[in-house]
Each structure stands twice: as C-alpha cells, then as structure tokens.
Design a protein around this ligand. Structure first.
Ligand SMILES: O=C(O)C1=C[C@@H](OP(=O)(O)O)[C@@H](O)[C@H](O)C1
Ligand SMILES: C=C(OP(=O)(O)O)C(=O)O
Length: 408
C-alpha cells in the first residue's frame, strides 16, 4: 500500500496522543511479577503493548511478539523466572535483533534458555526456574532494554541482584524509567554508583497506575509545527516532569523555533520562528528522536552533526542506512561516520520528482517523513500501516489536523 500526504496551509488542532508504550510494557511486566490486582490504566493500544498483553494472558506454547523489542527483552527475563516452558519469537527482523548479552546474563544467573535457530538471536526456548546468583556484569552499550529486563525481575530473585555495567551506557533514561516504575510499585531499586545498580529481594505492591502520553510520539507534532508556516498544536496528557527521557524533545525543538507551553498536564506547541543556524546533538539518551531531527533539520536547511546513534543499526531496521537512502530521494546527502554519527553540511543532489519513502517495517520512518509534505508539494509513503507499532491513529490524527491522505 502507498499513500500520498498533502499538507494544510495552517494548523490549529488538539491531538490525543497514544499512551507511552515504554511505560505500558513496564507496568504490565511489573504487574505480572507482583501478581497485581489493579490493572494498569490507560495502556497504549499499539501493537507493541497488545503483544505484551497477549503474551501475559495466553498460555500458548509459542509467543509471537512481532516487532516489539521491549516485549522480546522484558519477556525473556520474565519467562526465565516463571514456571513452564515457552518459545518466544517475532518477525523476521526481530530474529535479526541481537539478544545474546541478555541471554548470557540470564544464563549466568542460572536461567534455562536455548536458541531455537541461530545463536545470539530469537526465537528462544525458555524454561522458568529459581535463580539464586545475585551479581552479574554486562555491557551497557548495546541495548538498555537488557538492563531494564534484568532490573524488573531482580526483586523476585531469591537473593536480589547487583548489576555492574561495563563500557558506556546508552539509553540511560530508559533504565531510570524502569527504576522509577519499580519504585511506583513499592520496590526500592537504585544506582549505587555510575555503573552499578542494586536491588534487594522484595515484593512488588499492587497499586493503581495510570500511563501518561507518549513523548516520542509527540516529537512528530513538534516536527509538524517546526515545518509549518503557521501552527499551534495542543497535546493533552503530557507534562514537564515526565518519566520519559524523550520529553527532552521540547528543549531541542526550542532551538528549532518551537516553543512549549506547559499547562495543567497539557502542552501547547507554538512556532516562534527563532532557530539556530546549525544543530549538533548527542542522541545517546534519546535514540528514538534521531529520525525526527534528521528530517526536520535538513528540511529547514539547518546543517547538523548528530552523534550517539550507534544503537540505530539494531532497531526496527538499520535506521542509519534507511535515513541516508530516503533523504537522498529528497535531495539531501547525509554522511555516516564510525557507525554512530550522521551529519549533513548542506550537500544537495537532484530531488526525485515524486519521491516515495520506503518505511522498512519501521514506524518511525513513516512518522518522521510524513511531515516533509509541509515543505514539499506532497510526499508518498510506502506501507504506511507500520505506524501501528507505537501510534496506530497517526494517519487519522494527521487528517484531523487538516492533512489530506489518499491511497494511491
Ligand atoms: O526501554 C525502552 O522502553 C526502550 C529503550 C530504547 O531501546 P535501547 O535501549 O535498545 O536503545 C528505545 O529505543 C526503545 O524504543 C524503547
Ligand atoms: C526502537 C524502538 O522500539 P523497540 O526497540 O522496543 O522495538 C522504537 O520504538 O523506536
């Protein structure tokens, strides 16, 4: 399927964003580990949360988590301490996303995990058992989801867990998000130094919990305001002191001329037109925002150097390669350095006449490229349904804001 997206001249709208999938999936795992009696409220309705709910509620032998990285990693740890034998698998891409660091860590703690096909990758066959070892060391520079997965099971391990992280730590706000959620469910879990986490054995307490809106999804509305001539967008369900690291999007977009007004658990985005001349930023803590800023800066003609992007190669697609290829269709030549930096110094090539953006089964490719129609006559997006991974109503919300979306 392919759609053509055309932009309105002005935007003045209120958008109800999806709930955070990162918070939803943590709340679900913690609730299951604590045999919670309160069900988390306002859960995301996205694919990644749906597969998590299904996995926790069904007792089928094989669990298919499709493309959900959090579900794959969190459930691998969860199943390692839950009675029974299950196979966990996902899409073809999920079977190429590495899980060895987590499997090695869990095996070292005593877990029974086998690779069903290729060593280091899903599918996995897991038999739950008691884990008694209480210290583990693992690299912090591959995916923070491995660390979050270990942290969430840590309080129910017989002797608790001390986790030592080696190397640089990527996506640290997601580890802090996990600690925060554990805390909300009555468990003390904390950093004891910059590279060490400690959790004593203790029980989770069931508690009413309401999931906030998704700041990563908000980033596309910031982008829309930045690329519009005239726009004001109200986003209920977001607030300043959010648990989500991607709430930093507000500060970065401020330098691209978008002002954020915080008002009673609602934010209002307004264009102030005051933009920097170039943007250099380290995305090590907010990898999911990289696509939004690559596309926005180039279309605003703002040269950039974005570092800390090493994890982009193992996400829904190789996002570095996908960005380079698709931006070229729009006439922008990006450069990759050392697998972790993407930069653009203003170099242009011929723009394709009717560019059609490939989405590579990556929701963020579709969502970050659709707003380009604000600066172009129109944009074509291939396989637009990929947005359901995190933001199923994305296209409906664009329509509500005045965009015209037609199947071609
Ligand atoms: O823990 C989480 O909820 C997430 C952590 C990040 O992954 P990495 O830690 O693999 O960078 C992020 O990219 C992903 O979308 C969600
Ligand atoms: C990387 C992402 O998700 P995950 O790793 O959980 O599949 C994402 O949503 O951008």
């Amino acid at each position: 399927m392919q759609i053509k997206v055309t932009a309105p001249a002005k935007i003045h709208t209120t958008i109800q964003l999806p709930s955070s999938k990162s918070i939803s999936n943590r709340a679900l795992i913690i609730n299951a580990l604590g045999n919670g009696t309160h069900h988390p409220e306002n859960l995301s309705d996205c694919d990644d949360t749906r597969v998590m709910i299904r996995a926790l509620n069904d007792d089928k032998e094989t669990i298919d988590i499709m493309a959900a990285g959090t579900a794959m990693r969190f459930l691998t740890a969860y199943l390692s301490v839950t009675p029974g034998t299950r196979i966990i698998t996902g899409t073809e891409r999920m079977q190429q996303r590495p899980i060895q660091v987590l499997v090695n860590a869990l095996r070292e703690l005593g877990a029974d995990i086998e690779y069903v096909a290729n060593d280091g990758f899903p599918p996995l066959r897991i038999t739950g058992r008691e884990l008694r070892k209480d210290t583990i060391s693992l690299p912090g520079n591959v995916s923070s989801q491995y660390i979050s997965a270990l942290l969430m099971i840590a309080p129910v391990l017989t002797n608790g867990l001390t986790i030592r992280l080696t190397g640089d730590i990527i996506s640290r706000p997601y580890i802090n998000l996990t600690l925060q959620l554990m805390n909300d469910f009555g468990v003390r879990a904390e950093w004891t130094d910059d590279h060490r986490l400690k959790v004593e054995p203790q029980a989770y307490h069931s508690t009413p919990f309401y999931v906030e809106s998704d700041w990563s999804a908000a980033s596309y509305w910031y982008q829309i305001v930045a690329l519009s001539k005239e726009a004001e967008v109200t986003l209920p369900g977001l607030f300043k002191d959010s648990y989500q690291g991607d709430s930093q999007v507000a500060g970065i977009f401020r330098s691209l001329g978008v002002e954020t007004i915080y008002k009673d658990k609602t934010v209002i985005l307004k264009k102030n037109g005051k933009s920097v001349e170039r943007l250099d930023y380290d995305f090590i803590n907010q990898p999911d925002l990289a696509q939004t800023f690559v596309v926005t800066c180039a279309l605003l003609n703002i040269p950039f150097r974005f570092s800390g992007l090493q994890s982009l190669k193992i996400k829904e697609t190789d996002r570095m390669a996908a960005l380079i290829t698709e931006m070229k269709k729009l006439g922008y030549i990006l450069h990759e350095t050392d697998g972790s930096v993407l930069s653009w110094e203003g170099e242009r090539c011929t723009t394709e006449e009717h560019p059609a953006i490939d989405t590579y089964e990556d929701h963020r490719m579709a969502m970050a490229f659709a707003p380009t129609c604000l600066a172009l006559p129109e944009i074509l997006i291939n396989n637009p349904q990929v947005v359901s991974k995190s933001y199923p109503r994305y296209w409906e919300d664009l329509r509500q804001a005045g965009f015209i979306i037609k199947e071609v």
